[in-house]
Design a protein around this ligand. Structure first.
Ligand SMILES: Cc1cc2nc3c(=O)[nH]c(=O)nc-3n(C[C@H](O)[C@H](O)[C@H](O)COP(=O)(O)OP(=O)(O)OC[C@H]3O[C@@H](n4cnc5c(N)ncnc54)[C@H](O)[C@@H]3O)c2cc1C
Length: 321
């Protein structure tokens, strides 16, 4: 097992990680970015991004490749197939980052392992997600692609309720499917939603689940089941939006850095410092983040800018805490 020294080790080569790496490498820090798969993160899964400021439209793969070329052009090293399994802050102030093959010794670590959308696990979900055929997990990202279309939305929390109302600004019809007889979302949001239903665009189906997403090359409908009566219904639609939560990729951090009750990494909101000195966090894996490309990149910038303070003076870590 090799021991590799670096100024900065970044965990995850998604938008947050590559941005942190870009800034760190341009500061002439020896920077290594580790990813368990390949560079790009979640944006590799989308063919069209239209809300990244300054670029009208780009595919996720093109943006990932551009980021990769940019970050490596400044000397950062990106390692694929390097899953981080463990992390340890040492008495000498360095942080050990363990993968299966190597141990990295870093002055600063930036955690950017992202999150995964929780899936329904029904037939058609993976197929129509992978092909861009009408399954989405992000209304903010994809609602404009469903202008004047009919969609089904699934979920009962704050995100589901807010996203259903967002979809209604674009779609002809939104059927919000919720498995219980009342929403988990905050009361004020539910009241707003029920007010919106009076306009006729949003319809709520309580006590119901989606059991399959149907279609050929694109989604043409969803099968709904009433959990009380077991009655099934075919609902024609052009898309299915799934808002049943996110799972952060932070299992390997349990017991090492402070996580919130849902597994997101806790940090101070200004400098993005975690509970472990020298370990910052950026992007979709951190608590209270907007879960967008631009915010993930913004986090990466924040970490890289403030790591300079820590590298100059380690006592800075506790400033303002
Ligand atoms: C289909 C889809 C479409 C989207 N469309 C848009 C859009 O149009 N606009 C928008 O703003 N946002 C969009 N998003 C959201 C956006 O992609 C995310 O907010 C953004 O990618 C988060 O960046 P991140 O770097 O925090 O995490 P991620 O992109 O999730 O990257 C995390 C990286 O960390 C790696 N990793 C995880 N665990 C480990 C480990 N233990 N060791 C090493 N590496 C690890 C992963 O392999 C991954 O490469 C979309 C997301 C999806 C899935």
């Amino acid at each position: 097992m090799a021991e590799i020294k670096a100024d900065v080790v970044v965990v995850g080569a998604g938008p947050a990680g590559m941005t942190a790496g870009l800034y760190a490498a341009r500061e002439r820090h020896k920077t290594i970015i580790l990813d368990k798969y390949m560079p790009g993160g979640q944006i590799n899964l989308t063919s069209r991004i239209e809300n990244y400021p300054g670029i009208k439209q780009i595919s996720g793969a093109d943006l990932a490749m551009t980021l990769y070329e940019q970050v490596t052009s400044f000397g950062a090293e990106v390692k694929n197939g390097a899953e981080v399994l463990d992390l340890k802050h040492r008495d000498d102030g360095l942080v050990e980052v363990h993968t299966d093959d190597d141990v990295y010794l870093a002055r600063v670590v930036v955690l950017c392992p992202g999150s995964d959308y929780r899936k329904l696990g029904v037939p058609g979900e993976d197929e129509f997600r992978a092909s861009g055929g009408g399954v989405s997990y992000c209304g903010t990202c994809d609602a404009p692609f469903f202008r004047d279309k009919v969609v089904v939305a699934v979920g009962g929390g704050n995100v589901a309720v807010e996203e259903a109302m967002h979809l209604a600004k674009f779609c002809k019809k939104v059927t919000l499917v919720h498995r219980r007889d009342e929403f988990r979302a905050e009361k004020v949001l539910v009241e707003e939603l029920l007010e919106e239903t009076k306009k006729g665009v949003i319809e709520v189906r309580y006590d119901s689940i989606v059991t399959s997403i149907n279609g050929n090359e694109r989604v043409t409908g969803a099968t709904l089941e009433n959990v009380k009566t077991k009655a099934q219904e075919e609902l024609p639609c052009d898309g299915v939006f799934i808002f049943v939560g996110m799972d952060p990729n932070t299992a390997f951090l349990k017991g090492l850095v402070d996580l919130d009750e849902n597994g997101f990494v806790k940090c101070d909101p200004v400098y993005l410092r975690t509970s472990v000195p020298g370990v910052f966090v950026a992007g979709d894996c951190r608590a209270n983040v907007a879960m967008q490309l631009a915010t993930a990149m913004g986090d990466g910038v924040t970490c890289a800018v403030f790591m300079k303070e820590y590298l100059r003076n380690p006592d800075w870590w506790n400033k303002g805490r």
